[in-house]
Design a protein around this ligand. Structure first.
Ligand code: UGA
Length: 429
């Protein structure tokens, strides 16, 4: 099938590339000329395992191209995915101006039947607004259908998530559009759930909010564990064996970050409010998430007593491993709070330092974990990159001024750390 992707950000690029990999002719569009130039030269603007290779192969085999010309891309396509950004406005609501602009352009140029797919995360009922916009600007008066097909991609494993999904959700009212979407996803072995547009939109909100709830729930349990002497890792394991609960997303830590959960939870609370429902549960989830970082800073303070002029080594800056994404990373709030108290930060992250430099000022960025540890009064782990799990702990101990490790991601066993001679503090243990 012929596909156009409006918006070649994270979601658009992965979706377009993977659809090309499934054998479709895909053109990815973006208004950012520099980004498109780079992509045309084979340079991938984001760090995502496996994406580089897929882009190169599909480009070479002629199934994937990049352009700034949305109009031309729309004319040549059967299905157009709207993957533009929906960033939060000051009041937490999603800014849908890019979605509207894409819908208008599509409407103005389409000259035969098109399926327009909402892929960006949008508030429930946006499908109606998209359809109305297209109807209003439908110059050639052609038939079209709007479909909601939410993405469930995780940064760091987005390519794998796309090609091996748990489910595919198709929200549509027309048989023709449903059949085209089913045909598109036929090569993927996953259950396909067909719903109306609003239910599909809500599945996305509900899924992300539920996952955020799981994280805040286990973090709340971790705090009770600390007060009782229980071990949150064991509690989570014991809970997770119950198939109704499941093991995933029960890792206690510093709370959720990234560009999805924080923004989506805030937006969902606003959507519910507008619809006349006070989503108290999700508000509490947010509150626990915020508190989790504050409690961690308190732990550091308690261990070091005075933070002023203390040298603190930070390992991990990205909001989670395998990404260079710093958006809403817990490291930002934690480092800001430590700097406010006068601590000197020496940090290392395998991928996110370039992005971190734009956000975190006054930090000494180091070439590896050992350089960060050198002369520090404490070593703090903020992201669970695999390489931190395999550090030479004897070397780390010899480099630190004070053998104190405060681990926000529970990557080491407390008994081993004690044996290695560290004062080791973690979450919920
Ligand atoms: C999330 C969802 O997992 C995807 O399904 C969804 O498509 C995406 O948002 C989106 O809406 O676009 P992502 O933000 O990439 O994906 O990251 P996750 O792997 O879900 O992690 C989110 C945050 O939760 C991270 O900060 C992570 O450290 C934290 N987390 C996750 C925990 O603290 N504990 C856990 O057990 C799991």
């Amino acid at each position: 099938m012929k596909i156009a992707i409006a918006g070649s950000g994270y979601v658009g690029l992965v979706t377009g590339t993977c659809l090309a990999e499934l054998g479709n002719d895909v053109v990815c569009v973006d208004i950012d000329k520099e980004k498109i130039n780079k992509l045309n030269k084979g340079q991938v603007p984001i760090y995502e395992p496996g994406l580089d290779e897929l882009i190169k192969r599909n480009k070479k085999e002629g199934r994937l191209s990049f352009t700034t010309d949305l109009k031309d891309a729309v004319k040549k396509s059967d299905i157009i995915f709207i993957c533009v950004g929906t960033p939060p406005k000051d009041n937490g609501e999603a800014d849908l101006s890019h979605v509207e602009a894409a819908a208008r352009t599509i409407a103005e140029v389409m000259d035969k039947y098109k399926v327009i797919v909402e892929k960006s995360t949008v508030p429930v009922q946006t499908g109606e607004d998209v359809a109305r916009t297209i109807k209003n600007y439908n110059k050639h008066n052609v038939k079209f259908d709007v479909v909601s097909n939410p993405e469930f991609l995780r940064e760091g494993s987005a390519v794998n998530d796309f090609l091996n999904p748990d489910r595919i959700v198709i929200g549509a009212d027309s048989e023709k559009a449903i059949n085209m979407m089913k045909e598109l996803y036929k090569p993927l072995k996953a259950p396909i759930l067909v719903t109306n547009i609003k239910s599909a939109e809500l599945i996305k909100h509900a899924s992300n909010s539920f996952l955020a709830t799981k994280i805040s729930f286990i973090n709340a349990i971790a705090n009770i564990c600390e007060k009782t002497g229980a071990d949150v890792e064991k509690v989570a394991e014991g809970m997770g064996y119950d198939k109704r609960i499941g093991k995933a997303f029960l890792n206690a830590g510093l709370g959720y970050g990234g560009f999805c959960f924080p923004k989506d939870a805030e937006a969902f609370i606003r959507i519910a409010e507008k619809l006349g429902y006070d989503f108290k549960l999700l508000k509490a989830v947010q509150e626990i998430n915020k508190e989790q970082k504050e409690l961690f800073v308190k732990k550091i303070e308690k261990s070091l007593w005075i933070l002023k002029k203390k040298r603190i080594a930070i390992l991990g800056l990205s909001f989670k491993p395998n990404t260079d994404d710093m958006r809403f990373a817990p490291s930002i709030d934690i480092i800001n709070a430590l700097q406010k108290e006068g601590a000197n930060i020496q940090a290392y992250d395998p991928e996110a330092m370039e992005n971190a430099k734009k956000i975190l000022k006054g930090v000494t960025y180091c070439k590896d974990a050992y350089e960060a540890a050198k002369g520090a009064d404490a070593l703090i782990i903020l992201t669970e990159w695999n390489e931190f799990k395999e550090l030479d702990l004897k070397k780390i101990k010899s480099l630190l001024n004070n053998p104190l490790i405060i681990d926000g991601r529970n990557i080491y066993g407390p008994a081993i750390m004690k044996k290695e001679g560290f004062k080791y503090i973690s979450i919920g243990r």
